[in-house]
Design a protein around this ligand. Structure first.
Ligand SMILES: C[S@@+](CC[C@H](N)C(=O)[O-])C[C@H]1O[C@@H](n2cnc3c(N)ncnc32)[C@H](O)[C@@H]1O
Length: 289
């Protein structure tokens, strides 16, 4: 079988399993590129190249898993986030492009503080693959260290590999525990992309997400608010934040009102703003203490 034939056959194979033509075509290109260890463009430069028996078998195995709905990032074992190549597998949520907005805001806030002569201490709560913490540590080498917390020991193993892969293992301190509970000292900037899908919305999720990503990285009570609400209560009750701290929370696009009401109840005078993502949805709550 040649590259050209494999691309055509693979696309049909995924389409028969219900994938739309464009997506099927793109997926098979990525998977074949992975098997052959080449960029997608190289597939089109050498369409006549013959696949070995081993390559053909590996492609078939990957296509079979994709047909069953397994996300491409898990099949490849990595995903790009904020320009960084990260290990991902079924122990962690696949980092989403919309979370890059949170990283951008956190970097802006960090740099403002650095330009005022402060060296802010950061914490990423619900770090998963470590995507946010690693992106912050790599992009702001002036931060001596930062914390990254998760309740899942398995997720923290993935985060550890990603810290090592990007040379920030000495600066990202991984802590296991509930929300901000494991932080040993108050921080200046707390960021979190916690689970915010409601169990009531489970059936609305794409099967690729619902059936493959870790449920503890997706769901937070019936309306998806349980963990964010509990984090806000923790911030009120415990000395998690330094004076003048900033909190950045990624939220579901219909959750601003409910969370804002809780924030107002806990801190009536607090400055609270909301940033929209590139699709115009309210996705980031900014709390300025
Ligand atoms: C939506 S994922 C986000 C992962 C990563 N921050 C990202 O943006 O790609 C949420 C993470 O929160 C973690 N988590 C869920 N409940 C938690 C809790 N009570 N305390 C700490 N982490 C929690 C999950 O294990 C998961 O890794």
């Amino acid at each position: 079988m040649t590259v050209k034939e494999a691309l055509e056959w693979g696309r049909r194979c995924l389409q028969e399993a219900g994938r739309e033509a464009q997506e099927a075509g793109r997926d098979v290109q990525v998977l074949l590129g992975h098997v052959l260890g080449v960029e997608r463009a190289a597939l089109f430069a050498h369409p006549e190249r013959e696949l070995s028996e081993e390559e053909r078998r590996r492609l078939i195995a990957l296509l079979e898993r994709r047909r069953r709905g397994e996300p491409v990032a898990y099949l490849l074992g990595h995903k790009e986030f904020f320009g960084l190549d990260l290990l991902v597998d079924r122990r962690v949520l696949i980092p989403r492009p919309e979370t890059e907005l949170l990283v951008e805001e956190a970097l802006t806030e960090t740099r403002e503080r650095l330009s005022r002569g402060e060296v802010p201490l950061l914490a990423d709560i619900g770090t998963g693959s470590g995507a946010i913490a690693v992106a912050l540590a790599v992009n702001e080498p002036r931060l001596p260290y930062l914390y990254a917390c998760d309740c899942s020991a398995a997720a923290l193993e993935v985060a550890r590999v990603n810290c090592q892969r990007h040379g920030v293992a000495q600066r990202v301190r991984l802590l296991q525990g509930d929300l901000a509970g494991p932080l040993p000292e108050p921080v200046d900037l707390l960021v979190a992309n916690l689970p915010y899908v409601g169990t009531e919305e489970r059936e609305l999720l794409a099967p690729d997400v619902r059936d493959f990503e870790p449920p503890e990285a997706l769901f937070a009570g019936p309306r998806g608010l349980a963990l964010l609400e509990r984090l806000l209560l923790q911030l009120r009750e415990r000395p998690v934040l330094k004076e003048g701290a900033t909190v950045l929370l990624e939220i579901g696009y219909r959750q601003r009102e409910a969370l804002e009401a809780l924030v107002r109840q806990l801190w009536p005078m607090l400055k609270l703003t909301c940033r929209r993502d590139y699709a115009g949805q309210e996705r980031l709550l900014v709390l300025s203490f």
